[in-house]
Design a protein around this ligand. Structure first.
Ligand code: NCD
Length: 313
């Protein structure tokens, strides 16, 4: 097994063989999670602290369940209500947590780069659960596992990432991962939401959904990140749905067996039609949630192995 990381800060730092290591181990955890006794002991004796400075439902609960299933003591810190409100800096908060000897620190933060900065101040393994518009590595890994299981491979696929790419850490991490694994990537959305710089990574850019979806294997939809917009990126939600919302008519341009993905939370009727999202023959949105727990178990297991080795040395 090859996984050389001390922290999981982004896909940018991972080599293709490390990505494959995470996915292979996650496959084993999918089987464990489907069995009657869901307990492993890879994190036994370790303390996992979840610090979410931004709201989250699925990511936080997924990390929590992953840690508990592998035997860690899991603590959720409610950062909304914490000393941050009283003016404590991120570094002071990190030092306080560090003094409690955690082994795994799972952090979500509204500022790009905040999680990496924090990782330099603590003695444990840090996992980025989403930092601003920057990266969301476990989301890209769970998406990759979902694609690999549905399509039987994770290379030479045509993949369309659609919608609000500019504000999306999910798009950024997915783009990096799918590029490293040698897929053909298309970015589809209004020019206001697709940054030109992304094209430099070698992807094709489309502002027309029907052209962009033509013959793709995977359609990845993104949420309109209204909380990260500070002005008129789209004319109106109705107009946006008309041009960029995924409905049966637009999906018909993709391959007949194309899968539909969405990281959640979904805005039904804005970026995706509810019936497509619920269509069990096309949509793998529930699989993504299932893969999320397994991928987080695998990532924390691998980081914990490296942590133990470092401490023993
Ligand atoms: C994503 C996120 O928080 O970046 N959601 C998630 O992790 N499930 C995507 C989003 O918020 O749209």
């Amino acid at each position: 097994m090859t996984f050389r990381q001390t922290h999981l800060l982004g896909i940018e730092q991972l080599a293709p063989d490390e990505i494959t290591t995470v996915l292979d181990l996650a496959d084993e955890y999918v089987a464990l999670n489907r069995s009657h006794d869901k307990h492993g002991d890879a994190l036994k004796g370790l303390t996992q602290v979840n610090m979410f400075f931004e709201n989250s439902t699925r990511t936080q609960s997924s990390f929590e369940l992953a840690g508990r299933r592998l035997g860690a003591d899991v603590m959720n810190m409610s950062m909304q209500a914490s000393s941050i409100k009283k003016g404590e800096t991120l570094i002071d908060t990190a030092m306080t947590i560090n003094a409690m000897h955690p082994d795994l620190l799972v952090v979500r933060h509204p500022h790009s780069g905040a999680v990496e900065m924090l990782s330099q101040k603590v003695n444990c393994a840090v996992l980025n659960a989403g930092d601003g518009k920057h990266e969301h590595p476990t989301q890209a890994l769970l998406d990759a596992l979902t694609i690999r299981r549905a399509k039987g491979r994770l290379h030479r696929l045509n993949i369309a990432i659609c919608g609000d790419i500019a504000h999306s850490r999910v798009a950024r991490s997915n783009l990096l991962l799918l590029h490293k694994m040698e897929n053909r990537i298309r970015l589809v959305g209004p020019t206001t939401l697709v940054p030109g710089a992304f094209a430099e990574l070698g992807c094709e850019v489309y502002d027309d959904m029907k052209e962009g979806l033509k013959d793709v294997d995977v359609v990845m939809m993104l949420r309109l990140q209204k909380e990260r917009m500070d002005g008129g990126f789209i004319p109106s939600e109705r107009e946006y749905y008309h041009r960029y919302g995924l409905d049966a008519e637009k999906l018909a341009f993709a391959k007949e067996d194309a899968i539909v993905m969405h990281p959640g939370p979904m805005n039904r009727g804005v970026e995706i039609d509810g019936t497509i999202a619920d269509d069990i023959n096309r949509s793998v949105i529930q699989d993504q949630v299932e893969m999320g727990v397994a991928v987080r178990m695998a990532a924390m297991d691998l980081l914990a192995r490296n942590l133990r080795e470092r401490r023993a040395a």
